[in-house]
Design a protein around this ligand. Structure first.
Ligand code: PLP
Length: 419
């Protein structure tokens, strides 16, 4: 097979593809892998019952199922859902927006592909621009989305030790001067992989910097408010016309429905709709149909706060309680878990790299994600990138408990190798 540069770009061997294969195999149930990698949301029975009932209602209503499967939605997304979402966001947060500020994409991953390549890459007169990730570690899924080389630039964070075994990353504003080379700033909040939630002040300062430079601040709100609200800390959600807020129905429990949401200025939404028409014709109709009534009634916010937040908070606390005793005596730190579905473990001065630890754990049937994948765009060498791993706690509790016990054994063994 003779491939173009584009074809080669997406087929070259990459650690991430290998890793995704490992994770996919584990989730498909082959072998007895203890799955502490991946970003699959938990299956929350109460939430799944609601979506099942809604689908049954669609099936029972004459013509509704046929409408749902038989028509393309417009490239911008299903109008009724977009209207209901604009109303919800105005009511919840007082944002000055309307349906003209919202577009749907087939998952937010494809939304990021569009947005990143709209604001970075090759510009007029051969100029190149990059996406700035002001706080690395950042979401692994961004790493390969750029169609141009050298697409990201990332900054090391400040590490604040909060307690004997707890730390928090913060944006290092002393190292954050923006140049013409930056086309947009992007942060996930809550952050995948760390569970960090950038403070209101950090977001305000980033928004001001972006606005002063005339570039957008992209906030990836895949885990944030008002849904799915996998947040264990109080924050003030923000949006204005120089912010692009990305949301998703995935972590609400609908990753299979592939529904991403982009909230932005009218001009950006029009461009996204054009791109969506060319790349996909339309986004899928299932997600908007399953979530429509919950958004219209506002019930989606209540479900998020009353069911989804406590579900993950309990899982997070449980995972920490299982992990800590096993690591007693080790020089470990956990990032303060403020949201999302991960624990980010920093194994300070670990004698082996996190990639080696990943291999050893895989041998023992436990899958985590080694930390070095989460630093796309960081140019300087930094030992810290090899001392961290991401642990997902959304799978069945017995799997998480068993996996964490093996993890602690392997970590202790590795530290003991130091002599
Ligand atoms: N952004 C973050 C931070 C994520 O963790 C994920 C998925 O894990 C996505 C975006 C992509 O989500 P979607 O399923 O909407 O494509």
């Amino acid at each position: 097979m003779r491939l173009s540069a584009f074809g080669k770009r997406f087929t070259r061997p990459s650690g991430i593809l290998q890793l995704m294969e490992d994770l996919g195999t584990a989730l498909a149930g082959r072998g007895n892998t203890l799955m502490l990698g991946g970003g699959n949301p938990g299956h929350i029975p109460e939430v799944q019952r609601l979506f099942r009932a809604r689908l049954q209602e669609i099936l029972a209503t004459p013509g509704e199922f046929e409408q749902l499967i038989g028509n393309y939605d417009p490239p911008k997304g299903e109008a009724g859902f977009i209207d209901a979402l604009a109303t919800l966001l105005r009511r919840e947060f007082g944002w000055d927006l309307g349906p003209e500020n919202i577009a749907l994409t087939p998952g937010s991953q494809s939304g990021f592909f569009m947005l990143f390549n709209m604001f970075a890459g090759v510009f007029d007169h051969g100029k190149h621009k990059k996406i700035l990730l002001p706080l690395a570690p950042e979401y692994i899924g961004y790493a390969d989305l750029g169609l141009a080389p050298h697409f990201f630039t990332a900054k090391r964070p400040v590490i604040n030790i909060l307690d004997r075994h707890v730390f928090k990353y913060q944006v290092d504003f002393s190292d954050l001067s923006l140049t013409d080379e930056i086309g947009a700033i992007c942060v996930s909040r809550p952050t995948n992989p760390t569970g960090n939630v950038l403070t209101d002040e950090e977001i305000m300062r980033l928004a001001e910097l972006a606005q002063a430079q005339g570039i957008p601040l992209i906030i990836d709100n895949a885990y944030g408010a008002p849904f799915p609200n996998i947040l264990f800390t109080e924050i003030r959600p923000v949006w204005n016309r120089s912010i692009i807020l990305c949301m998703s129905l995935s972590k609400l429990g609908l990753p299979g429905a592939r529904t991403g949401i982009i909230i932005a200025s009218e001009a950006i939404i029009e461009t996204v709709a054009n791109l969506n028409a060319i790349l996909n014709l339309a986004s899928g109709s299932l997600g908007p149909a399953l979530a429509l009534k919950l958004v219209r009634s506002g019930e989606i916010t209540r479900i998020s706060r009353k069911i989804i937040t406590p579900y993950y908070q309990k899982r997070m606390e449980q995972a920490l309680a299982w992990l800590r005793p096993g690591l007693e005596g080790c020089e470990y730190y956990v990032h303060k878990p403020e949201g999302a579905l991960f624990l980010w473990l920093w194994l300070r001065d670990l004698p082996i790299t996190s990639a080696e630890l990943y291999q050893r754990l895989k041998q023992r049937g436990v899958l985590v994600v080694p930390g070095h994948y989460f630093f796309p765009g960081l140019e300087e060498a930094w030992r810290h990138t090899e001392e961290c791993i991401r642990i997902t706690y959304s799978q069945a509790p017995e799997i998480v408990q068993k996996g964490l016990a093996i993890l602690a054994e392997e970590v202790k063994k590795a530290y003991a190798e130091d002599g």
